[in-house]
Design a protein around this ligand. Structure first.
Ligand code: ZN
Length: 324
């Protein structure tokens, strides 16, 4: 993902800076309201000190000053965009890896709800339910839907949810590497352009791991996010069935696959508040996938440290043998 991220960044920075530079070179002025300087009085200090000579330097051409201001403005815009950007990175151990669930051994029970195939108008009722319950989820976006509904995308990000890449066209059939690169890369670029988000999370359409997309994402060090519970919305279950599927299956560290639209969708929207209420009752906390990955990473670090401490302890202990 670092490659995509830096590519996107370089591209974006290049375009903005390039526009400013070409405006400077080509003499396209940026309108400013301050009057152009008519001439500049310059104080020149004498080497001997004391009195100063006043020299007059030629007036700066107004166009040049305005162009400089335009350039400065463009640089400031880049800095502002950088400050507004959000990065959903994944810990090193998960980069280029496929994960299904992140079974947690922590005392605190956690679950990650994920919603695929948006953003689109069907996302809005899901967002409302999440907001009412003050919980964050993870949305896997399809580039061509994102292109159509940028405002909904910005709302999802503004409300604090995490974002993953779900390709541009959501194709199921196998693709060659350049196609995979284009589908995932163009979606990553548009996610960044519209929302300022860079994401290292990827989910292949239909969950097909052998279609070429997952392999390319792994090469880019993205984490391929599968799931541990599938609500099977493609078979149009009732809301009761969806609730039962999730609640029967769930365990701490679980990743729930749902869809925020793409056909008749009211069962999911009806099921969601019941799922959330019951899981809250069971003591679950709702986390995003990047949060879940961070938690799992910390647990594994602690476990590894404890293991090596035990090993080191065992090595340094003097041999206990009463016979000797
Ligand atoms: Zn999908």
């Amino acid at each position: 993902m670092a490659e995509i991220q830096s590519l996107v960044w370089q591209h974006k920075g290049f375009v903005t800076l390039g526009a400013a530079l070409s405006s400077f070179v080509l003499g396209v002025t940026v309108p400013v309201h301050s009057p152009p300087p008519q001439g500049v009085k310059l104080q020149v200090p004498r080497l001997t000190g004391g009195a100063e000579e006043i020299a007059e330097v030629p007036a700066v051409k107004p166009g040049v000053e305005q162009r400089v201001k335009g350039f400065t403005l463009a640089v400031a815009t880049i800095e502002k965009e950088k400050a507004n950007s959000v990065t959903f990175s994944v810990p090193a151990r998960f980069q280029g890896q496929i994960f299904y669930d992140l079974t947690s051994t922590a005392k605190e029970k956690v679950v990650a709800l994920t919603f695929d195939d948006g953003p689109w108008p069907d996302t809005l009722p899901v967002l409302d339910i999440l907001k009412r319950n003050n919980i964050k989820a993870t949305f896997f976006w399809v580039g061509r839907h994102l292109q159509k509904y940028p405002d909904i995308a910005r709302k999802v990000v503004a409300e604090g949810h995490a974002i993953g890449n779900h390709t541009w066209n959501h194709r199921y059939e196998p693709v060659d590497e350049p196609t995979a690169a284009k589908e995932i890369g163009s979606t990553a670029a548009l996610i960044y352009k519209i929302t300022g988000v860079s994401t290292s999370l990827f989910r292949p359409p239909g969950g097909y791991l052998d279609s070429g997309f997952a392999a390319w994402a792994q090469k880019q060090k993205m984490a391929v996010a599968m799931w541990s519970t599938d609500t099977q919305e493609s078979s149009y279950p009732s809301s009761e069935q969806i609730v039962r599927t999730v609640l029967d299956d769930i365990q701490s560290g679980g990743v729930v696959l749902m869809h925020d639209g793409g056909g008749e969708h009211s069962a999911t929207v009806r099921a969601l508040p019941q799922i959330i209420a019951e899981l809250k009752k069971r003591g679950y906390k709702f986390v995003t996938l990047p949060e879940l990955l961070q938690m799992k990473d910390k647990q594994l670090q602690v476990a590894a440290a404890a293991k090596s401490a035990n090993r080191a302890g065992g090595q340094t202990k003097p041999p206990v043998n009463p016979e000797q």
